[in-house]
Design a protein around this ligand. Structure first.
Ligand code: ATP
Ligand code: MG
Length: 273
């Protein structure tokens, strides 16, 4: 079971879209996928037709039980979706109260990692969608992660959020036994705009060794897919956005930062070809 976390301390950069789109491609590879929504806004939970406001068993239940020193079977917090191979541990608006209520209690940083240890035979991939804030849920995600994906919108203000995220990563790194590798993924690339072009150049200059060599283009079909509650790669496999996320997944599964050719289409897009 692989555990990948999608995080950036900046909002609206494509974290949820990245999580859902990678899940869509994993389904096409016949993998069993568990999605975990750590965002109190519950965008991914809503995406799959559930209500983050509804009381019920969610990822919040794991934290609450841990704080009260009760045990809860993590399988009870996992719900099916319309897609047989995708299960979800939904988010809840109650997650917003976690830091104030429980954050400072000892042991709260490893709740998710411990829960996932009980699920290793159930899923091939766990993808965790984080909120854009550093708090107890993001700390949990980074403690449990085997790999970190940092989507960065290709626009001027994005670099500050990226720097903050990388500082958080190095802070977490020191408390982990194993190193946490990461990849920066340029998103919402619009080849017609100067901002996209310049930001991509800057990312390539500053972060060459940790940057996925492709780009996720702007694609209006993502909005349509989210309205339908379906991952774009499953409803429009040849959409530009689907193809780009497919290349990202291939690259992540190849695991090698030098496989520039595997991201050929989106790299070509980035060059404006
Ligand atoms: N490549 C893309 N092209 C066009 N629209 C996109 C793309 N990626 C994401 N979007 C749209 O941008 C909006 C924000 O994306 P998303 O919800 O994935 O970001 P997020 O980082 O998860 O946001 P938040 O921080 O609020 O959780 C959504 O409406 C989504 O449909
Ligand atoms: Mg989101």
């Amino acid at each position: 079971m692989k555990i990948w976390v999608v995080a950036n301390q900046k909002g609206g950069v494509g974290k949820t879209t990245t999580t859902v789109s990678l899940a869509g491609h994993l389904v096409k590879q016949s993998k069993r996928v568990l999605l975990i929504d750590l965002d109190p806004h519950g965008s991914m939970t809503s995406y799959f037709g559930m209500e983050p406001e509804a009381p019920g068993v969610s990822v919040y239940s794991l934290f609450k039980a841990a704080a009260e020193k009760r045990s809860v079977d993590p399988m009870r917090t996992i719900h099916p979706t319309d897609f047989e191979q995708i299960s979800i541990m939904p988010g809840s608006t109650a997650l917003a109260t976690l830091d104030r209520q429980l954050g400072s209690r000892p042991g709260m940083g490893l709740v998710l990692k411990r829960a996932l240890a009980n699920l290793v035979d159930q899923f091939d991939y766990v993808l965790i969608d984080c909120p854009p804030i550093l708090g107890v849920t993001m700390v949990n995600a980074l403690a449990a992660a085997e790999y970190l994906i940092v989507p960065v919108q290709t626009e001027y203000l994005a670099l500050k959020g990226l720097e903050r995220m990388l500082r958080t990563l190095s802070m977490i790194q020191s408390s982990r036994k194993q190193r946490l590798d990461h990849a920066i993924v340029p998103t919402m690339y619009d080849q017609r705009t100067r901002a996209s072009h310049d930001t991509l150049q800057l990312l390539r200059e500053r972060y060459r060794h940790e940057l996925w060599p492709g780009v996720i283009p702007v694609d209006t079909q993502f909005r349509e897919a989210s309205r339908m509650g379906k991952p774009l790669p499953l409803i429009a496999p040849s959409a530009r956005g689907s193809v780009a996320y497919g290349e990202l997944l291939d690259w992540l599964q190849g695991g090698q930062p030098q496989t520039v050719n595997s991201a050929s289409t989106s790299a070509a897009l980035a060059e404006g070809v």
